[in-house]
Design a protein around this ligand. Sequence first.
Ligand code: PMP
Length: 387
Amino acid sequence: MKGRKLLMIPGPIEFDPAVMGAMGMATTSHVAPDFIEAFGQALERMRQVWLSPDGQPFVVAGSGTLAMDMAAANLVEPGDRALVINTGYFSDRMAAILQRYGAEVDHLRAPLGDRPATEEVEAALGRASYKVMTITHVDTSTGVIADVENWARLSCQRETLTIVDGVCSVAGEELRQKDWRVDVALTASQKAVGTPPGLALLVAGPKAMQAFRRRRCPAANYYADWNNWLSIMEAYEARRPSYFGTPPVNLIAALNVSLGQILAEGMEARFERHRRMSRAVKAAVSALGMSQVPLREEVAAHTLTAPRYPKGVDGSLLGRVNAAGAILAGGLCPEIKTEYFRIGHMGVASFGDALATIGALEAGLKAVGYSFEPGAGLAAAEAVLLG
Ligand code: PMP
């Protein structure tokens, strides 16, 4: 029997063998010509993946939380006002980070499983003069997707900078940084970008860089300060050696391979594949008699699915699904943590992986004594995938 199980959680995800190959290469100097080329290429490719032709990419060793920290540390000064569109756990984290840098934070919240209406965002933006508005594109705790395009347009009209936490969206969900007027779009390597954990990735648009240059006081975080990193990114892109902090050589080489694969697939095809995969998994979940945390289809993300356990089933289901070959994630949102679980389906996860995962889910449901028609989930998923 194959020992390896499918990792179908909302990050880290399954990684492509070529990406893992780059992780395993002999580590070179961070100023070796082939590494300089790989880093420079990765920065250029980020602009294309983010659909941000005039953006400034940053690649720094750290997790997604560092990317959030970097956005806040460089754009917020004590006393600035910030509006957090709060759709769950990671929006709370963003608010805590903004407050750490002295921002006065207001929240616009929606009921659990929902997102605010565009009119509510408009009204909230009108209540104060906000320097930044933050949006969690996909809240990984609930599987709710934000309406980045419409909200960022409103924020732009008011000269408020839009920061998008795209940790569970970039390179999976449709996100067009320039066209949608997003000033900062950030993520981490381990999700739809398809590279093992360890990189904080961020693209800052021209208005964000301008706001940074106009700061009155230095960023209150030495490691995150763009003054330390900007010249490094510019140097690598110009194929010149440079040093501030030792870059994670293998991770950046792997990132470059993954970004190359993403661009070879094409962004439009990639967005569509994620939508289809999501429809298939969600159809399977419904066919198996489970509801989901997002309250409506249009607020449900395409990078993960958050099913509620059916009546009589609890978290022990996940152990049974694991035994059948697929690793799924438990709940994260504190209010309903024990009531639901999460299936990640982003990056290189194939249609076959989706079917194997639904098969394992059915096996798990059977093992915990849940009554359903065997194959109902598989048939529903396959109908979408073949349709
Ligand atoms: N934001 C979102 C939406 C996330 O899903 C995560 C990680 N699950 C983070 C931020 C934090 O990223 P990391 O765990 O890499 O620090």
